[in-house]
Design a protein around this ligand. Structure first.
Ligand SMILES: *[C@@H]1O[C@H](CO)[C@@H](O)[C@H](O)[C@H]1NC(C)=O
Ligand SMILES: *[C@@H]1O[C@H](CO)[C@@H](O)[C@H](O)[C@H]1NC(C)=O
Ligand SMILES: *[C@@H]1O[C@H](CO)[C@@H](O)[C@H](O)[C@H]1NC(C)=O
Ligand SMILES: *[C@@H]1O[C@H](CO)[C@@H](O)[C@H](O)[C@H]1NC(C)=O
Ligand SMILES: *[C@@H]1O[C@H](CO)[C@@H](O)[C@H](O)[C@H]1NC(C)=O
Ligand SMILES: *[C@@H]1O[C@H](CO)[C@@H](O)[C@H](O)[C@H]1NC(C)=O
Ligand SMILES: *[C@@H]1O[C@H](CO)[C@@H](O)[C@H](O)[C@H]1NC(C)=O
Length: 515
C-alpha cells in the first residue's frame, strides 16, 4: 500500500515534471531573433559586414549560463535572419578576458597586420584581468575575412598606465573601445567609456596600434543632459544624414547603467560635431534622448563596413537586463531584432527613427488583413488568429479619449497588452499579466512612451512578437518599447479592442514569421 502510494506519488511527480518539461520544451528559444546555441550572452561586439556576410560577435560565457569568462562569441548570417554559430573568435587567455569592443576594416593596411593585397580586419576589445580588475585596450586581427582572429603581439595597445592620467580609477573602468578611421584627419579614432565617471575619452592613432589621448567628453559638457543618467558604457559613433535637410551629423550612442525610462540601463543618442579630436555635443532634448523605452535594449551597436549601395545604419542590442534570472535553462540573453537607425528633423526637433530591417518581410506570411473598418467598445477583432512569432502592423485613429489595445501572447489569464491612449498620446506595453514575471522584481510593469499623431490623426504601430519578446515601434519609429516576456507556450492568441470611444482601422496586417 505504502509502496503503491509512493509509486503513485512518483508517477504523479514525473507526470508534473513531464508537463513542466513539455511546457518549456523549446526553452523559450526565439524563432527569428538570435540567441546563443547554448549558455550566456550579453551585448553585441564588433558588428561588421565582410563581403556578403554579416558578422555578429557578442560577449559570451561559452562555459556557463551566467556572466563570466567573457569572450567574443561569433555567428554569421547572409540575411540577418538565419545565423550560423561559429567557434569563439577572441577567447580568454592567460587570465585576461575579452570584454566589449568594435571591428573595422583596415583597407590601407595602416596597421601593417595584413598585406596591401589582403588588408586586415581589426577587432578592438577591452582586456579584463580578472585577478586585479585591470581593464586595458587590446587588438586582434583577421586576414581570412573575419573567420579567425589573432591577438596582436604588442598588446595592450593602451595599457592601464597610459589610461591612468585620464581615468580616476587608474584603469579599472576604461572600456568598450569604439574605433574608426577618420578620413579628414587621416587618423584612427578610439572612443572609450569610463563607467562610473560618466565620461568618454577620445584617442587618436596613425597605425591603430600606438594611441594618444586627445579629449574628454563629460556629462557636464552636454547642455541639458540629466544628471540622473549615470554609468556610461558601450559607446558607438558614426555619421548620419539628417533627413529633411542637406546636412550630416556625428552621432554617439551609449548605454548608461542607470536612469533609463523603464529603469536600469538603456541607450541614449547624442548628436554633435567632431574635428577628429574633440566631440562638441548639441544640447540634449530629454524627450528625444532615448532610443528605447522598454526594459530590454542595452549595449546597442551598429554594423560597420555596410556597403554604400546598401547605405543603412543597422543597430542591434542585447535583450536581457535581469542577469541570469530569466527562466531559460539552456541559453541566456538574446539579440534584439536588427533595426535601421535614421535621423529626421521635424519642425524644431530632431528625432531618431528606428524600424525593423526589411529582410523580415522575406520570411513572413499573411495571417489576417483588415482595411477601413471601424471598431467600437465590446467588439473584439483578431481573436481567431494564433501565433507566437508575429509581425503586426496597424494604422488607425481613435476618438478623443479612447484607447486602442492589442493583446498578444494571450491565453487563459495571460496576455501582453500594447495600448495607445489618445488623451495623453501615450504608447505602452503592459507586462503585468504577460506570463512568468516571478523571476525578477523588474520583470513585469508597464513601460510607456509619448507618441504624437501625424497631422491626419493617424497612429502607426509595428509590433514584433517572438517566443519570449515583444518590440513595439510607434509612429515612424520615434517611440520604441522592447521587452522580454515569458508566456506559456499555449498563450498564442490575439485580440484588438477599443475602450472609451471608437477607432477607425485604416489597416491591420498580421504576419506569421517562420524561418
Ligand atoms: C511550444 O511551441 C513550440 C514552437 O511553436 C513547439 O515546437 C513546441 O512543440 C510547443 N510545445 C508545446 C508543449 O506545445
Ligand atoms: C584608405 O585610403 C583611402 C585613400 O586615401 C581613404 O579614402 C580611406 O579613408 C582610407 N581608409 C582607411 C581605413 O585607412
Ligand atoms: C602591409 O603590411 C605588410 C606587413 O607588415 C607590409 O609588408 C606591407 O608593406 C604593407 N603594405 C602597405 C601597402 O602598407
Ligand atoms: C594586474 O595583474 C596582471 C597579471 O598578473 C599584471 O600583469 C598587471 O601588472 C596587474 N595590473 C595592476 C595595475 O596591478
Ligand atoms: C538641399 O540642396 C539642394 C541642392 O543644392 C537644394 O536645392 C535644396 O534647397 C536644399 N535643401 C535644403 C532643405 O536645404
Ligand atoms: C480604404 O480607404 C482609403 C481612404 O479612403 C482608400 O484609399 C482605400 O482604397 C480603401 N481601401 C479599401 C480596401 O477599401
Ligand atoms: C494615459 O491615459 C490612459 C487612459 O486614460 C491611462 O490609463 C494611462 O495611465 C495614461 N498614461 C500616462 C503615462 O499618463
Amino acid at each position: 500500500m505504502i509502496s503503491l502510494r509512493i509509486a503513485l506519488a512518483i508517477n504523479a511527480l514525473s507526470y508534473i515534471c513531464a508537463l513542466v518539461e513539455l511546457a518549456v520544451a523549446d526553452d523559450y528559444r526565439p524563432t527569428f531573433h538570435f540567441c546563443p546555441a547554448e549558455n550566456w550572452m550579453n551585448e553585441p561586439n564588433g558588428l561588421i559586414k565582410i563581403d556578403s556576410t554579416w558578422h555578429l560577435f557578442y560577449q559570451a560565457d561559452p562555459t556557463a549560463n551566467v556572466w563570466g569568462n567573457e569572450c567574443w562569441g561569433h555567428a554569421t548570417s547572409s540575411d540577418l535572419l538565419h545565423w550560423d554559430h561559429l567557434p569563439v573568435a577572441i577567447p580568454v587567455e592567460n587570465g585576461i578576458e575579452s570584454f566589449t569592443g568594435t571591428s573595422y576594416y583596415d583597407a590601407n593596411n595602416t596597421s601593417r597586420l595584413g598585406t596591401s593585397t589582403n588588408p586586415p580586419y581589426l577587432a578592438f576589445f577591452t582586456g579584463y584581468t580578472s585577478s586585479n580588475g585591470t581593464q586595458d585596450q587590446r587588438l586582434a586581427y583577421s586576414t581570412d575575412l573575419g573567420t579567425t582572429w589573432l591577438k596582436f603581439s604588442g598588446n595592450p595597445i593602451i595599457s592601464a598606465a597610459l589610461e591612468a592620467p585620464h581615468d580616476v580609477t587608474g584603469g579599472l573602468e576604461s572600456r568598450d573601445p569604439k574605433v574608426f578611421f577618420h578620413e579628414p584627419s587621416g587618423k584612427w579614432v578610439m572612443v572609450l567609456a569610463h563607467g562610473g565617471q560618466d565620461k568618454l575619452t577620445f584617442w587618436t592613432s596613425l597605425d591603430a596600434k600606438s594611441w594618444t589621448w586627445m579629449s574628454d567628453l563629460l556629462a557636464s559638457q552636454i547642455e541639458g543632459f540629466p544628471s540622473s543618467i549615470t554609468g556610461w558604457e558601450v559607446p558607438d559613433m558614426f555619421q548620419l544624414p539628417i533627413q529633411g535637410t542637406n546636412e550630416t551629423t556625428w552621432v554617439i550612442i551609449f548605454t548608461p547603467a542607470q536612469g533609463s525610462p523603464a529603469g536600469g540601463n538603456g541607450v541614449v543618442a547624442l548628436t554633435g560635431s567632431f574635428d577628429g579630436e574633440t566631440f562638441l555635443a548639441d544640447p540634449v532634448d530629454s524627450s528625444t534622448l532615448w532610443l528605447d523605452y522598454g526594459r530590454d535594449f542595452d549595449g546597442a551597436m551598429s554594423w560597420e563596413n555596410v556597403p554604400a549601395s546598401d547605405g543603412r545604419l543597422i543597430i542591434a542590442a542585447v535583450m536581457n537586463s535581469y542577469g541570469s534570472n530569466p527562466p531559460t535553462n539552456t541559453w541566456k540573453g538574446m539579440l534584439s531584432f536588427p533595426r535601421t537607425l535614421t535621423l529626421e528633423k521635424i519642425g524644431s526637433k530632431q528625432y531618431f527613427l528606428q524600424q525593423p530591417i526589411a529582410e523580415l518581410s522575406t520570411v513572413d506570411s499573411t495571417l489576417a488583413s483588415i482595411q477601413n473598418q471601424t471598431i467600437a467598445p465590446k467588439q473584439t477583432l483578431l481573436s481567431s488568429i494564433h501565433g507566437s512569432s508575429l509581425d503586426v502592423r496597424i494604422a488607425f485613429s481613435v476618438d478623443s479619449g479612447a484607447t486602442l489595445s492589442l493583446a498578444v501572447r494571450k491565453g487563459g489569464s495571460e496576455q501582453t497588452v500594447i495600448r495607445y491612449s489618445q488623451s495623453n498620446s501615450t504608447l505602452s506595453v503592459d507586462r503585468t499579466a504577460s506570463g512568468d514575471i516571478s523571476y525578477d522584481p523588474a520583470a513585469g510593469g508597464i513601460h510607456s512612451a509619448q507618441l504624437a499623431r501625424d497631422n491626419t490623426e493617424l497612429v502607426y504601430l509595428r509590433v514584433l512578437v517572438d517566443t519570449c519578446s515583444v518590440e513595439v515601434f510607434g509612429g515612424q519609429g520615434e517611440a520604441v518599447i522592447s521587452d522580454l516576456i515569458f508566456p506559456s507556450n499555449s498563450s498564442d492568441g490575439l485580440s484588438l479592442e477599443v475602450i472609451g470611444g471608437t477607432a477607425t482601422l485604416q489597416s491591420v496586417e498580421v504576419f506569421s514569421v517562420s524561418l
